[in-house]
Design a protein around this ligand. Structure first.
Ligand SMILES: [Zn+2]
Length: 373
């Protein structure tokens, strides 16, 4: 019997919130200008010449800037999604093209949301950010985006405050506001995808490290003799339990003992990734299940450390790898049951994220709302 309580949640990424589509009659109450030199937002009803449509009292824009995708939504103060647009960021084209793309999607999201009063813009970006400088510092997953100020250009273009956070932090803010962490006072969120992100909240506030930086929980060392991580250390949590780690582990095994996984990709070893392994494991493939089991052990071991250090009421698990949580759950729970002995483990619940790909947009929206308060 495991002492850990697992909440059953919506795992298909569908949120309970209604997604509003574009206004079908094609009437835009406000004129959208492609540039705005004087810093005045064109989205304030007071500055429009129609004056007929009552704007929603306040709406904010949430932006989730990932290494691959850009997602933008307009969200009202009650956490209702009013519009949603997304597309590829094509980060390799550079920050200038990226910023124009972001602004274009924000304008589309505003247009779709209908008559609103824009209060602010929150943006969550993949990897390290410098909140004080408003700068993205992530050449690892956003190539050439090193010290890129995203706050100033967006703020001057739309005439509103802009808040910048790291992607792990916006995910937890979203789940705290309208998802699996609602009402919690001590919350941790672990996002397992290409890497592993850890974010923490206490009493409704994000935990921040020195100088406001985000801690890098994915790089806690679980095995000093483990695989080399891109950060330079060996055996980091994310080098043992992320989607990247699952793919690498499977490729290493198949290179030595070619088997069923290699057959699935017609002998092309490089094509074996976490998704292929997950599909094979779901189909009952023994080798794939062993790989998943090993990653689940390390995922559980990392959670043991999170519980030991922070003892959160709830740990929310999100990210692409957690779509196959069922495959990993027994080993994760066994690991927790075995190693968490010094705290009242029944008080630490494990829950799956509920907002799916929308968590970042809700969280970025919430981030700027907190700054507006
Ligand atoms: Zn590392």
């Amino acid at each position: 019997m495991t002492p850990f309580h697992l909440e059953s949640t919506n795992r298909n990424g569908v949120t309970p919130f209604h997604l509003h589509s574009t206004d079908g009659n094609g009437v835009a109450p406000f004129h959208l200008e492609s540039t705005n030199r004087n810093g005045v937002s064109p989205f304030h009803p007071e500055s429009s010449d129609t004056g007929r449509v009552q704007a929603r009292t306040q709406t904010v824009i949430g932006i989730d800037l990932g290494g691959t995708n850009l997602r933008v939504g307009a969200v009202d103060l009650e956490g209702r999604l009013l519009s949603w647009v997304e597309g590829p960021i094509e980060a390799a084209r550079g920050p200038e093209a990226g910023l124009q793309r972001i602004a274009a999607l924000v304008e589309r999201a505003l247009l779709q949301a209908g008559p609103i009063k824009l209060g602010g813009i929150g943006i969550g970006a993949s990897g390290p950010v410098d909140r004080a400088l408003g700068a993205i510092q992530n050449p690892h997953t956003l190539p050439t985006w090193e010290n890129v100020d995203v706050v100033t250009p967006l703020s001057s273009r739309f005439g509103v405050p802009v808040a910048l956070e790291n992607d792990a932090d916006i995910a937890i803010l979203g789940e705290y506001w309208v998802g699996a962490g609602r009402g919690c006072t001590r919350l941790a969120m672990v996002t397992v995808g290409t890497g592993i992100g850890l974010a923490l909240m206490a009493d409704g506030k994000l935990y921040r490290g020195a100088r406001g930086y985000h801690p890098e929980g994915g790089h806690i060392v679980l095995d000093p003799h483990g695989p080399l991580c891109y950060c330079g250390a060996n055996g980091c949590w994310e080098s043992l339990a992320s989607g990247t780690a699952i793919g690498r582990l499977a490729r290493e095994r198949e290179a030595v003992h070619p088997g069923s996984l290699l057959e699935r990709v017609n002998g092309n070893l490089a094509e074996i990734d976490a998704d292929i392994v997950g599909q094979a494991a779901e189909a009952g493939d023994a080798s794939a299940r062993e790989v998943i089991d090993q990653a689940a052990y390390y995922l559980g071991l990392g959670l043991v450390n999170v519980i030991g250090m922070f003892f959160p009421e709830v740990i929310v698990l999100g990210g692409g790898v957690m779509r196959r949580f069922d495959l990993m759950q027994p080993r994760i729970m066994q690991t927790l049951g075995r190693h968490v002995v010094m705290v009242r483990d029944s008080d630490a619940r494990i829950e799956l994220a509920r907002l799916g790909i929308q968590a970042g947009v809700f969280g970025a929206a919430y981030a700027v709302l907190q700054e507006l308060e």
